[in-house]
Write a protein that binds this ligand. Structure first.
Ligand code: URA
Length: 403
């Protein structure tokens, strides 16, 4: 409570974080050859960038030994997305995990072991004392798990906007600065990007839908916003492990999409973990949801609002996410967005397709989707995808009014 009222200095926050990190297993990745780099997103709707940026980095020589979380509430989790690939094993033994990283450059698995148990206890206390929303406590919670996960460098994607934990750009930057300071004080190279989560990222929300969209980006297709944010994240991860200047790393990342090496890397990892990589190459389709419904524009105009959090909640109603930790995910459920923020729409045109295995939820999902979007007479001002980049002792802002 005292921290919630008074805050902490960067040094105090770093010390607390390191003690929390050491309260359980500290994963030792030192026997992996080459430089390991991890990525963390504060969570978003349609945020499947791990499935794109991490294979790009591995294709360029970085090593990714990454444990990812399950989704809860309106934000999805990488492990649930991966689990929608037929046969894919998200649980590996330590030996299998290390072997997959050595042979494929990358392994993505679910969280295992006993990482930062002090965080679980402190979070439970914060939850019942209304002290969750304290920047040093959020930063130490996130970074304790990242430090325990062992990578030598950490790229943070701090989301801001209606669908993000940090609703304003300034809070997102403060959280990013605190986490970068913690990482650097613990001897891990750390950079944060502040990226937009006022509208969902890409055009697909839902587990198999997001895997298919990620593979499309790696095949050189897919939505421009998702490709741009993924390339920026990948380039910064490559920068952190010394692959060149920011511009050189950006070219490396683009090239790994163009020459197909990033897609080949993802397919190799999926096969190594028992999955059917044909769903990534387009040779096989994911099982489709049995019930679909189009949400249609009620008038002519421009899409002036797409509330990311509310749209994420629609995906939960459809079965793509968890309301509670015990909820069961429907891998085929989700939303295909046909119109994004700023686009012109005509009355009767489809804004989105809702997909589910439970026909009875479609009417409620459609009502909520209509409430989450607004159609106005004039095109809204475009929003930047990336607002800022935070490195040790340095903030670059890329414009954009934001909130
Ligand atoms: N995510 C975490 O892991 N911890 C927090 O305190 C908030 C978000």
């Amino acid at each position: 409570m005292a921290i919630w009222f008074s805050g902490m200095s960067d040094h105090e926050t770093a010390v607390l974080t390191q003690v929390m990190a050491r309260s359980g297993d500290m994963i030792d990745l030192s026997e992996i050859s080459g430089k390991t780099v991890d990525k963390h997103s504060t969570g978003g709707v349609g945020d499947k960038t791990t499935l794109i940026a991490c294979p790009i980095v591995a294709a360029c020589g970085g090593k990714i030994a990454k444990m990812s979380g399950r989704g809860l509430g309106h934000t999805g989790g990488t492990v649930d997305k991966l689990a929608s690939i037929p046969g894919y094993r998200t649980e590996l033994s330590r030996e299998e995990f290390f072997h997959t990283v050595e042979t494929c450059g990358i392994s993505l698995i679910g969280q295992s072991g006993n990482l930062a148990p002090a965080d679980k206890k402190l979070y439970a206390l914060r939850d019942v004392t209304a002290t969750v929303d304290s920047i040093p406590l959020i930063a130490s919670s996130i970074m304790s798990k990242k430090l325990a996960a062992g990578a030598s460098a950490i790229l943070l994607d701090v989301k801001t906007g209606s669908g993000a934990f940090m609703k304003t750009q300034e809070d997102a930057i403060r959280l990013a600065q605190t986490m970068v300071a913690i990482g650097e004080e613990a001897g891990r190279r750390t950079v944060a990007l502040i990226t937009d989560m006022d509208v969902p990222l890409g055009c697909g929300i839902g587990n198999s839908i997001e895997v298919a969209e990620s593979a499309a980006v790696l095949r050189g297709e897919g939505p421009a916003d998702l490709r741009e944010v993924s390339l920026a994240l990948a380039a910064n991860m490559l920068y952190l492990i010394g692959k060149g200047t920011e511009a050189e790393c950006r070219s490396l990342a683009e090239h790994a999409i163009e020459d197909g090496s990033a897609l080949a890397t993802l397919c190799r990892m999926v096969r190594a973990q028992g999955g059917d990589a044909r769903v990534l190459t387009g040779e096989r389709a994911f099982s489709a949801a049995p019930f679909v419904r189009e949400v249609r524009a009620t008038e002519d105009g421009f899409l002036t609002r797409m509330d990311a959090e509310a749209i994420g909640e629609v995906s939960v109603v459809l079965g793509a996410g968890r309301e509670t930790k015990e909820s069961v995910i429907d891998p085929a459920a989700g939303i295909l967005l046909h119109k994004k923020y700023g686009e012109r729409v005509q009355a009767g045109e489809s804004l989105a397709t809702l997909c589910t295995s439970r026909e009875e939820v479609l009417a409620e999902a459609e009502r909520r989707y209509q409430a989450a979007v607004e159609i106005g007479a004039a095109a809204p001002a475009p929003r930047p995808l990336i607002f800022a980049r935070v490195e040790k002792d340095r903030i670059e802002r890329f414009g954009g009014e934001g909130k």
